[in-house]
Design a protein around this ligand. Structure first.
Ligand SMILES: *Cc1c(COP(=O)(O)O)cnc(C)c1O
Length: 432
């Protein structure tokens, strides 16, 4: 399949080119030129996530040099589970996406992208440096996924003092081909430095650069797999479609569910849960789309004032009325996040991370409004990643899962970096 740009539906780019480039040439986002249609019968019963992923992604990879490797890439990337756990309150499940190396859903996309890039970089190419700005989870997932891969390096920029101590530790604990830069500045400063570098041709004549942010097709496409896998399993067991309530910031995770539904998977309603950043809530309530500066919340991985994937939503639903009719958006404030974590789900003792808590609170609103169908709350991170918020609320220690505990046991180091573009360029050139 070829890929178009959200800004020019007539362009045609190969998958591999799109994966390496990140953005489309005209500054838009890459989107599939057509959407394949599936029925549940197209998937083997009881297949693993890796098996479902390979089947689902095959049409997107058709004709690309990576097509022959797709099954192996899926098997390597999806080597940890995404269980759909029934909760003892009616018709409600938890889709746990935190069983990967850094205990957040971004491990799926980052590992898949790394598998693709590793195969696209041959040993004769100059090393490729992946530049990432992170407010926490993205950088760790990308660092873990690319750690130790030949001919690929990762430079992660994070705002010093503004990520949690555990997040900072995860960013600095890899070493080898991964460098963490602790920037004196905000996340927006980090992102500005990365964007400037990625559009600087002079710099890129000396240093081969690429990105791995949530607009990358190599992260978006594989995220469809866990929605397909859980919805197919639920469909086979019950004959009913499964709805998803998805914690949302840049719309990367949610868009994967939306695409999977558009490809015919048995997915019911999709509800987006945001934090107090209200840009999507206001648009879905009927206002014009108006990006705004982000505000800091307890669910910091969703502190987004201009969701980068919004262009893809508009591509899928060119008519604003149809777009607003396709989803519900619920904005959840910090007070409600705290209450939700403190209460668990109706006192069941389930512990949620602050992002997942937004989805829980959104579902509670939906249920109060009379929604009786089957829903899955999408659990985007393990609560132990945000222990400073969660532990005081639940009144006990939340032990990290083993993979995360192993990372926390390693020594960590980050280089200091001024929020200054010239300093970043000097650093990148010196590493060549
Ligand atoms: C990144 C992240 C989100 C938001 O995902 P988007 O794809 O940006 O919408 C939600 N929860 C956690 C834990 C995250 O790391």
């Amino acid at each position: 399949m070829k890929f178009a740009s959200t800004r020019d539906p007539g362009t045609r780019t190969d998958l591999s080119t799109a994966l390496i480039a990140g953005l489309a040439g005209d500054g838009g986002l890459h989107v599939p030129s057509t959407l394949p249609r599936f029925t549940p019968a197209d998937f083997a019963a009881d297949d693993s996530i890796a098996g479902v992923a390979a089947c689902l992604l095959q049409p997107f990879f058709e004709g690309d040099p990576l097509a022959d490797e797709l099954i192996t890439i899926c098997a390597e990337a999806f080597d940890f589970p995404a269980p759909l756990k029934p909760l003892p309150v009616g018709q409600t499940h938890l889709l746990e996406l935190f069983h990967g190396p850094t205990a957040a859903f971004k491990d799926f996309g980052a590992r898949f992208l790394a598998g693709c890039m590793q195969r696209l970089r041959t040993s004769v190419d100059a090393p490729l440096t992946i530049l990432v700005a992170t407010s926490g989870d993205t950088g760790a997932a990308v660092a873990a996924a690319f750690h130790g891969l030949a001919n690929l390096r990762v430079v992660v920029l994070y705002p010093e003092g503004r990520v949690s101590p555990r997040q900072a530790h995860q960013l600095g604990c890899f070493g080898n081909n991964i460098t963490a830069l602790r920037v004196t500045g905000s996340f927006d400063d980090c992102q500005r430095l990365v964007k400037q570098a990625l559009s600087d041709r002079e710099l890129q004549a000396d240093v081969a650069l690429s990105s791995a942010n949530s607009i990358s097709l190599g992260r978006l496409l594989p995220q469809m797999a866990y929605y397909a896998h859980s919805a197919l399993g639920h469909w086979r067991r019950t004959g009913a479609p499964l709805g998803f309530v998805i914690p949302t910031g840049n719309l990367g995770n949610a868009l994967a569910a939306i695409l999977a539904r558009a490809c015919g998977l048995p997915i019911g309603e999709i509800a987006l849960a945001t934090n107090a950043n209200r840009v999507l809530a206001q648009f879905f309530a009927g206002a014009n789309y108006a990006p705004m500066p982000s505000v800091a919340t307890l669910a910091n991985a969703m502190d987004v004032g201009a969701p980068s994937n919004f262009e893809r939503l508009r591509w899928l639903y060119p008519d604003d009325h149809a777009l607003r009719a396709a989803f519900a958006v619920h904005a959840i404030d910090d007070t409600t996040i705290r209450e939700t974590i403190r209460n668990g789900l109706q006192g069941l003792g389930e512990i949620f991370c602050p992002h997942t808590a937004c989805a829980v609170a959104a579902l509670e609103k939906l249920r109060r409004g009379g929604a009786t169908q089957d829903w899955a709350i999408v659990s985007t991170a393990h609560p132990a990643k945000f222990e400073q918020i969660v532990e005081p609320l639940v009144g006990r220690v939340v032990p990290p899962p083993k993979a995360l505990a192993d990372l926390l046991d390693r020594p960590a180091h980050a280089e200091p970096m001024a929020s200054d573009y010239a300093a970043l360029c000097t650093f990148l050139r010196q590493r060549e």
